[in-house]
Design a protein around this ligand. Structure first.
Ligand SMILES: Nc1nc2c(c(=O)[nH]1)N[C@H]1C(S)=C(S)[C@@H](COP(=O)(O)O)O[C@H]1N2
Ligand SMILES: [Mo]
Length: 562
């Protein structure tokens, strides 16, 4: 009997958690309510120990790589969302099981409406933490805190009520008093009657399960289906807006600064300038914070003469704007990975803004706080020495997209993305150094981008004829060394010598460089390897190292049957 309570509880928990997820998803897409599964996941990502997080990220990136699951940041985001749903589903099933086992073991007898009470308690036990968690980590819901709390609590309470109501349908209580029932059951005289009675009960159970299963399925299909439709409509409008803005900005691609460079990238090399919608993306939250520009003010406070509050318009109008073509890379990018992109950033030099606030003598660092509770510290020396350190409000000639940090993010040359907060809310001037979000979790404190070079393509389908009539196949890719520039790229085919590739002039001193090597074609299976040299002659690290803790290094190779 105990085993059947366990299995029934598991079944009911699983059966009702799926529509709970679907309905919360619908609320999220329909009126911007928080979505429990993602909030729990984001919360865990923040509170779990750093090494667990680091290992999960590594495992995920490797999984995506090994099974070729597509562009890393998109695949990672999908995997994270799936795990979030899976975890929430598992949690719901476990609570359902526990409820059923407890009711059975304690033999809790209730009649009428009272039968939903234990479930309401279970719903409360799930819903209350959910409300607190959501309050802590959800910055994308557009409902008010009260509505958010009511929605999360309301949906989980209904879930619990249905759960315990169903339990009592499946374990109906005998009309007789418990001890009488026990004696009758053990009395041999009643045995023959037990058979058909149990049989009838099983038919009812099956019928009941089919019915609640049907109801659960209906809620799931409607919730998930309508939610999905709304989501797709939003995504379409979003992309449309990006394209419209780009057309209005009239920036791409005719006036890229290196347009006159005659060196054509090998056909199939990644775009030198990443289209905005393809820029990689890495966040600590599954949904980007949505900041209302009308209410937004950047706060500059702490050890300053005059604390400042600046709207984005004030930043745009009161300071000299500057444009920088920038290649950003994530420290979790494996050698040859897709977590790196190049786009035009526009903003204002941070030191100009800080000069207006006036620094007190004891000031040494700034602490940047973001809307998603991400944070990082930057030395004032660095900011004052390098005017390129920039508060950025535009990407690709248009206001930052939500997912890329709207309304304000920082740029710090030469460092991996983990040091560069998006969705900046405040800058506090302080008199000491502190570890940032990812540094606290074990990643390198400096996080300087390592020199890296990648073979994107062996363009065998578009071979060209060389001066002596030989067939040449263009091998090509990128090389990047933060803000340190690239002076030389070398390619090696199989066990041959390292030969120098041609370099295209980069978009700027902080972007990657496109290289190309016209290789005298030989059919067969070949491996192309690449390495690069930084602007000042420093060679890239050839030893293979994974991404943790300070970024990946090693020689990238491409093997092709030609
Ligand atoms: N507030 C905030 N800033 C952040 C992050 C974040 O999760 N929250 N991720 C960082 C990391 S790890 C990287 S690689 C870059 C990625 O920027 P992108 O998503 O616009 O490409 O943002 C950085 N800034
Ligand atoms: Mo990153």
């Amino acid at each position: 009997m105990r085993k059947s309570a366990l299995l029934t509880g598991l079944l009911l928990g699983a059966l009702f958690t799926i529509p709970l997820i679907a309905i919360q998803f619908l609320g999220d897409q329909w009126f911007g309510a928080p979505f429990g599964p993602y909030d729990v996941f984001d919360w865990l990502a923040r509170v779990l120990p750093g090494d667990i997080i680091v290992r999960s990220i590594e495992a995920m990136v490797e999984l995506i790589d090994r099974f070729d699951l597509g562009e890393t940041s998109q695949a990672a985001s999908q995997l994270k969302k799936l795990s979030a749903l899976g975890m929430f589903f598992g949690g719901g099933a476990v609570v359902g099981t526990a409820l059923s086992v407890v009711l059975r073991r304690l033999n809790v007898r209730l009649t009428g409406y009272a039968q939903v009470l234990p479930g309401l308690l279970a719903g409360l036990a799930v819903g209350m933490p959910l409300v607190l968690i959501s309050r802590d980590v959800n910055f994308s819901a557009t409902t008010s805190p009260t509505v958010s709390a009511a929605w999360l609590l309301g949906t989980t309470l209904v879930w619990g009520a249905v759960l315990s109501w169903s339990y009592y349908r499946l374990f109906p209580q005998p009309a007789v008093a418990p001890d009488t029932a026990a004696t009758t059951a053990s009395a041999p005289a009643t045995e023959p009657a037990a058979g058909p009675q149990v049989y009838a009960e099983q038919i009812n159970r099956r019928e009941f399960l089919v019915r609640v299963g049907g109801a659960a399925a209906t809620f799931t299909v409607v919730g998930a289906g309508v939610g999905k439709l709304l989501q797709e409509r939003d995504e379409r409008q979003y992309l449309k807006r990006i394209r419209r803005n780009r057309a209005a900005a009239e920036m791409m691609p005719k006036d890229l600064p290196n347009q006159d460079d005659p060196l054509e990238p090998a056909p199939g090399t990644r775009p030198e300038y990443t289209p905005l919608e393809d820029h990689y993306r890495i966040d600590i939250s599954l949904r980007p914070p949505e900041i209302d520009e009308n209410e937004y003010e950047l706060r500059i406070e702490g050890l300053v003469e005059t604390p400042l509050r600046l709207s984005i318009d004030e930043l745009r109008e009161n300071y000299e704007p500057m444009d920088q073509f920038i290649t950003l890379a994530c420290i979790s990018n494996p050698v040859g990975g897709s977590l790196t992109s190049t786009i035009l950033w526009t903003g204002v030099s941070l030191r100009d803004v800080l000069a207006d606030a006036g620094l007190q003598p004891s000031a040494t660092h700034i602490k940047i706080m973001s809307a998603d509770r991400f944070f990082e510290t930057v030395a004032l020396d660095l900011i004052n020495e390098d005017p390129r350190v920039m508060l950025t409000y535009d990407w690709d000639g248009q206001p930052l997209l939500y997912r890329h940090g709207f309304p304000l993010r920082i740029y710090i040359p030469d460092l991996y993305g983990m040091k560069q907060p998006k969705w900046i809310e405040s800058i506090e001037v302080i008199d000491h150094d502190e570890d940032g979000y990812w540094v606290e979790r074990g990643w390198d404190k400096v996080a300087r981008m390592k020199a890296t070079s990648v073979v994107d393509v062996a363009a065998v389908d578009e071979s060209v004829v060389g001066e002596e009539g030989e067939t040449l196949v263009a091998i090509g890719g990128i090389a990047h060394a933060g803000a340190r520039g690239i002076s030389r790229v070398e390619v090696r085919v199989d066990d041959g010598d390292w030969v120098e590739a041609q370099l295209r002039e980069p978009l700027s001193e902080t972007t990657w460089v496109i290289w190309r090597y016209d290789w005298p074609f030989e059919s067969g299976r070949h491996t192309f390897a690449v390495r690069c040299v930084e602007g000042d002659g420093t060679r890239q690290i050839e030893d293979t190292q994974g991404t943790f803790p300070d970024g990946a290094s090693g020689i990238h190779r491409l093997t092709r049957e030609l």
